[in-house]
Every structure is written in C-alpha cells, then in structure tokens.
Design a protein around this ligand. Structure first.
Ligand code: PMP
Length: 441
C-alpha cells in the first residue's frame, strides 16, 4: 500500500522537494509531516478534497476536525465576500463579535466570552485566567491529552509505554525539546476516566502546597481516537473540582460545535467553569474563544489579567463564525450529522464483527473512529497497551489509496461535515470492508 500511495502522489513528492528549500521540513506545521512526504492539497469543495496530483478524495480529515461546515460552504463564502470590501482588520471590536458571543453563551451556558486566533491561545489564556482567579500555579491535565503547543500543556501527551509510571503517580514529561523543566514541573497529569485517582492526587498536591489552579481536560478524549467518558465520570470531576475550589476547564477545541450545538458541555450536561473553542468556530478561518462563568472571567473584566491579541476577533473570522453559527450549524445540521455518524459507526462495527477484527467503532456527534484495540480504551494507558498500531497505519494507507482522506496519525478520528452524504458514508464503509476482506483472505 505504501508503494502504491507513492506512485499516486508524485506531484506531492516534487512539491515536498521544492518546499524543503525554504519551508522548514517542507510543511507549515510539524503535524502535517508524514513519511515519505506529506500530501499537498490543491482544493476542496463540500465533502471532497483534491491533492496536487489530482486525486479526488472524500474528506474525513476535515482540517484536523475543523471543517464541519464542509469546504467552501456558500453561506460562509458569502459572509467573507461581504466583509472583505468593508475592511478585514481594525484591532477594534465589531458587531459580529457581539452576536457570536451572544450565541456561544446561549449554546454553552457560560455567560462571558473572549476571542483568540487558535486553540493553543485559548487554552493558554484560560489557564492564565484560572491561575489568576485562584492565585495558584499548578495545572492538572489528563495523561495523554493534547491542548495546544504552549509550554504548560506540552507535557504528558505522547510518551512511550515504559515511561508512563504508576497510575497514581504518572510521570510529567515534556513533549519535545525546548520546554523548560521548571514549567513541566508545574503540570501534573492524571488518568482519564478515573475520578478517584484525580481526587487522591489533588489531596496529595494540596498537602504539598501545590494545589492545582485548574483541571484542563476534554470531556471526551479526541486524540486517542475517540474515548468517551464513563457514566458518572464527568459529574464526579465536576463535584471534585467544585469541592476543592479548582477551576474546571473543558477544552472543547475539537468537541465544541462538532458533537452538539453546545459541544460536549451540552451533550453530557455537565457545565465547567470555562470552555475553550477553536477549529470549527471560524468556519475555516483562524479563530478561538474562551467562555467562562461571571466570577472566573471577572479577573479579565477588572483588568488584572490581560487577555489580548492583535487579531483577536478578526472581522473576517468573526463574519465567518457568525454565518456558520446562524446559517450552517443549525439544529437540522446536527440531526444530519448524528444520523450519518450513527450509520458510519454501525457500518464499521458491522465490518469488525463480520471479519472478527481486533477493534470496535465509536462515535459522537460528527466524530468517530475504528479503534484497533483488543480491549476497550478508557485512557492513555489502555490505548498504548492494546492498540494494533500496524493495523491502524495500514488502514490509513489503504483508505488514502481508495479516495478516503484521513488525518495522518493513528490517534486521530474522522470528522463528518454537514455536506457529507450517505454516498460518502457508503464509500467509507465499503473501503473498510475491502480492507477487512483482504486481511482475512
Ligand atoms: N486543544 C485540543 C483539544 C486540540 O485538539 C487542539 C488541536 N488539535 C488544540 C487545543 C490546539 O489548537 P490549535 O492547533 O488551534 O492551536
């Protein structure tokens, strides 16, 4: 399959060679890399993308889960086209900022909002707000979770199994070079789906005088495929953080606006103190947001925290966000996504059952995946221990060679867009069936 893909992507290979001269590593972001070269994309329309070799593909990658609106959605295009002649940047608030904040407050049940340009900026600022609000420095996160590329959260993401440590005392390890050890030491990770371990760790840290300012987490983990919270887990986390006076941040950069109108907060019915958004918010333009309760966001309003950025609330991004919220991500759109996702999950599970593959299909809202694992993944440890990484890699290549475009990482999931149709779902299931048939032949 690898050789076949290389034959199909010679224009990408040539572009990679050209790119390497002045674009470091040939890509704009290290996550775009893959061996032996990345796939360079020429254009996208609705549920499809075309690479520079002209290969047409159903897009399940969707810009790392951002393009839930589909590519070049006419309503968003019209909003951008209408905004452009009126100017695209002033460094001053515009009406769209106000309209979008009103809508996000309604959807997520949190009253106060600010904007950023990315998910990383949103989590960075949210953590600073939590630190200011509590007067504490330690940050608690979930072992294996990704929250962006700033130092505080580039800790305990992807680590080798032998470095995990014992469950109650997971190692805090920097993800890549250049992260100061003193910053790493301020971040403490606990396993997902284990409220008891979280509370015991909080109690120990409190005794040590290192009580956390916040717990930052995804309500459903989105970087080990999809890992759903066990029943009662989120409610327990909400209760623990409230009792200990710790700010609970749901990082909804991936789940927000994609799993339900008001994200995971809405879907699971547990409201944190703060929410971070990005990806799908801008309808394909860079944007992010932080939502919070009145009391937490007071540290922004009273001027003690500077939540700033030249391009925050950029008019072009906010025009796209407004059009997306008002015209594209409607209740009907979520019903459509839920229906299609149910079809793709049950279809893939049917293939797993028919061919007795090691794995299971899982999904929520517009997102899902086939987890190639011999047992249920509930956290990073169970993911690392049981995942059939070779099969996950093969499935990615097999898909790509048959026009199913997925993210270049075995940790990622599919994202459907409102422009996906039954035809796209049928294509996905058919290719998965073909893979399973060949594996069992
Ligand atoms: N939080 C989560 C949960 C994410 O998945 C990501 C990106 N994959 C980020 C934060 C960082 O967002 P960005 O890449 O826009 O900085």
């Amino acid at each position: 399959e690898a050789a076949r893909l290389n034959e199909r992507t010679t224009a990408s290979r040539d572009m990679f060679e050209r790119a390497g001269r002045h674009l470091s590593g040939g890509v704009a972001s290290s996550y775009q890399l893959r061996d032996p070269w990345p796939i360079y994309i020429a254009r996208g329309s609705g549920p499809k993308v075309w690479d520079v070799d002209g290969n047409e593909m159903w897009d399940f990658h969707n810009g790392f889960g951002s393009m839930v609106q589909g590519h070049a959605h006419p309503a968003i295009g019209a909003a951008i086209a209408a905004r452009y002649p009126q100017g695209t940047h002033f460094g001053c608030p515009t009406e769209d900022d106000v309209v979008v904040a009103d809508e996000l407050a309604r959807r997520f049940g949190l009253p106060k909002w600010r904007y950023t340009n990315s998910g990383s900026e949103a989590t960075m600022d949210a953590i600073r707000i939590a630190r200011a609000f509590t007067g504490r420095d330690t940050v608690m996160k979930i072992f294996g979770s990704y929250h962006g590329h700033h130092d505080t959260v580039m800790v305990s993401i992807g680590v080798e199994y032998d470095k995990i440590g014992d469950r109650e005392n997971l190692e805090s390890l920097p993800y890549g070079a250049g992260i100061p050890q003193s910053v790493v030491d301020m971040t403490v990770a606990v396993p997902f789906n284990d409220a008891g371990a979280m509370e015991r760790r909080i109690e120990r840290l409190t005794v040590e005088g290192r009580k956390p300012a916040c717990v930052i987490m995804e309500a459903a983990m989105m970087n080990l495929g999809v890992v759903l919270p066990e029943p009662g887990y989120l409610e327990a986390v909400r209760d623990i953080t409230r009792r200990h006076g710790i700010v609970l941040i749901f990082d909804e950069v991936k789940t927000g606006l994609t799993v339900a109108p008001g994200g995971a907060t809405d879907k699971f019915g547990v409201t944190p103190d703060m929410v971070t958004l990005a990806k799908a918010l801008g309808g394909g333009l860079p944007s992010g947001a932080i939502g919070g309760s009145e009391d937490v966001m007071a540290v922004v309003e009273d001027g003690s925290v500077y939540q700033v950025g030249t391009f925050n609330g950029n008019p072009l991004s906010m025009a796209a966000a407004r059009a997306s919220l008002e015209q594209v991500l409607t209740p009907d759109a979520y019903a459509h996504l839920d229906r299609l996702n149910h079809r793709i999950v049950t279809g893939c599970q049917g293939v797993v059952d028919k061919y007795d593959l090691p794995g299971y299909a899982v999904g929520i809202g517009s997102k899902g995946c086939v987890t190639f694992s011999t047992s249920k993944v509930v956290d990073y440890e169970t993911f690392k221990e049981n995942q059939d990484a070779a099969l996950a890699d093969l499935a990615w290549l097999f898909n790509l060679n048959r026009g199913i475009f997925m993210t270049p990482g075995r940790e990622e999931e599919w994202t459907l867009s409102v422009t996906h149709t039954d035809e796209a779902i049928d294509a996905y299931i058919a290719v998965f069936d073909e893979l399973a048939r060949e594996l069992r032949a």
